[in-house]
Design a protein around this ligand. Structure first.
Ligand SMILES: C[S@@+](CC[C@H](N)C(=O)[O-])C[C@H]1O[C@@H](n2cnc3c(N)ncnc32)[C@H](O)[C@@H]1O
Length: 201
């Protein structure tokens, strides 16, 4: 890691990290807005930054296990003086499962999650019944989860998981959010992109 990145990691990233907050965390209070979006697996952070920058009335939590995008978020948010974004470096499942106050999140974005294309690795895919249960619990009534992938077998399996879960109202057209880095790449490579939004009634 370059010296400047290491400095950003040590000095800027902690200003955005949520792990020291008392739990359960109500991000509506932390970010002073009812409209909280969680970007689960935020990658390079482009989507989270665009969400926060485009609309100061939205509060964004970007979560990733890797630091590189979280450093980029901390640098950009500091440069732009964004007050409506926070980050977490670590497993987003912990955050969704037990850190966040139930019914306190407006949207959970799961965009181009690791596809685990080999059949023997399918069990590592994020979208399954227990994850949907956790997301359903943190969403406010009327809130939604958005899922997109360019892996057709993942989309087919995820769609079945959503339908079997049965408590979301599904929509396959509802797409009005900034593109992620992987989404832009998938478009460039002319991959088929599939997406859905799942609303909690
Ligand atoms: C294929 S990338 C997509 C990144 C971004 N959403 C995009 O579309 O450009 C998947 C990301 O999810 C992150 N990730 C995978 N499992 C995770 C987990 N349990 N918690 C948080 N992040 C996770 C990976 O580190 C990676 O950055």
């Amino acid at each position: 890691m370059s010296a400047s990145r290491e400095m950003a990691l040590n000095t800027l990233v902690p200003n955005f990290e949520i792990s020291e907050l008392n739990r359960p965390i109500d991000l509506r209070k932390v970010l002073k807005t009812d409209n909280i979006i969680v970007d689960f697996g935020s990658g390079m952070g482009t989507h989270a930054i665009a969400l926060a920058h485009n609309n100061p009335k939205i509060g964004v939590l970007a979560i990733d296990v890797h630091t590189v995008g979280l450093i980029a978020i901390a640098e950009t948010a500091t440069d732009l003086d964004l007050k409506n974004i926070r980050t977490h470096e670590g497993d987003g499942i912990d955050v969704i499962k037990s850190w966040l106050l139930p019914e306190s999140v407006q949207e959970v974005h799961v965009l181009f999650p690791d596809p685990w294309p080999k059949v023997r690795h399918h069990k590592r895919r994020l979208i399954n019944h227990s994850f949907l249960e956790m997301v359903f619990t943190v969403l406010q009534p009327g809130g939604r989860m958005i899922f997109a992938t360019d892996d057709e077998s993942y989309f087919a399996a995820a769609k079945i998981a959503f339908l079997q879960f049965g408590r979301f109202r599904m929509n396959f057209e509802d797409w009005d959010i900034p593109l992620t880095t992987y989404h832009q790449r998938a478009k460039r490579l002319e991959h088929k992109i599939s997406q859905l939004s799942a609303r909690k009634a």
